[in-house]
Design a protein around this ligand. Sequence first.
Ligand code: PMP
Length: 369
Amino acid sequence: MVNRIFNFSPGPAMLPLAALEEAQRDLLALPGVGISILEISHRSKAFEAIIGQAEANLRTLLAIPDNYRVLFLQGGALLQFAMVPMSFLRNTGKSADYIVSGTWSKKAQEEAKTQGKVHTAWDGKSGNYNRLPQQSELELDPDAAYVYTASNETIQGVQFSREPDVGGVPLVCDSSSDFLSRPVPIDRYGILFACAQKNAGPAGVTIVIIRDDLVQRSPADLPSMLNYRLLAENKSLLNTPPVFGVYMVKLVTDWLLKEVGGLEKMAAINRQKAQMLYEAIDHSGGFYQRHAEPASRSMMNVTFRLPETALDEKFLGEAKALGLVELKGHRSVGGFRASIYNAMPMEGVVTLRDFMLEFSRKYGRAGSP
Ligand code: PMP
């Protein structure tokens, strides 16, 4: 048995063991096919069944309405930062509203500026993106091309608990770092996209859920690979898709359906995991300092700092000795970030929590909850 440690990376991140074990088996030969998943044709019956099942699983998990297409694309979430404004902002004469809640929505806004006019509906920069806006703080343009939001900011660890109210304007959401972590009312969105490498599979495939009327509005003058309509009409097989990535999405969603029992159950587990770490932070007598405000906290990325940066290396070193790795925070926030996506076992979070309590007792004042 290989010794797997607890990887708290923001992504690529841990995958469910059951999915990895099945992939390990199919790496030599898919049962009944005799060809490796790495060798199989994307036009084969076997792959048709795999991509069909991946889509069906996503439709079941998220209750995706029939008037939405599910696409498996390449280029990561970052390509969606460009494809969205290329398709729905460029040449419209309108501007797009961006809710800037952290690094990734800021980056998306910068990309959009290459395609057209952009309006900032809210920007959390003054608080270094430690909280999300109230509905009343949003400056929305009722005639905007779309409203853009990131449901979870991976770097800052802030997560919307509900969709902003945007009236009839299409809502576009980057759900890369909380996709499949909880149920989502898809009908509130025009487009919801997510790179796979946090909760859905390995890097290399990006899932785009897009409403039919938007698919139909894709400008005809875009290159084919950037054209949602052509991609949808060809069922994501306009060219060779990321076969292995799609296959892994199928395995991960099989796990969510069969072993976890759906997204309500996944969300309850995620809340429990996050709460354990937030309690350790809140009850540390000020030893651990939070980044995100409690009302905006992410269930996926827990961000915190120590009272003095001189302790940072000790924290990382002692954590690593316990098999707890990739805890260093992003330089723009500092400190630490524990990314606890769906596949992070409860045991990993308990081990981290216990380590945090022990570390604060050793180096801090009171420390105990
Ligand atoms: N959006 C969010 C919220 C992310 O966390 C990331 C990656 N960490 C991205 C976008 C970029 O994804 P990709 O590298 O697949 O382009």
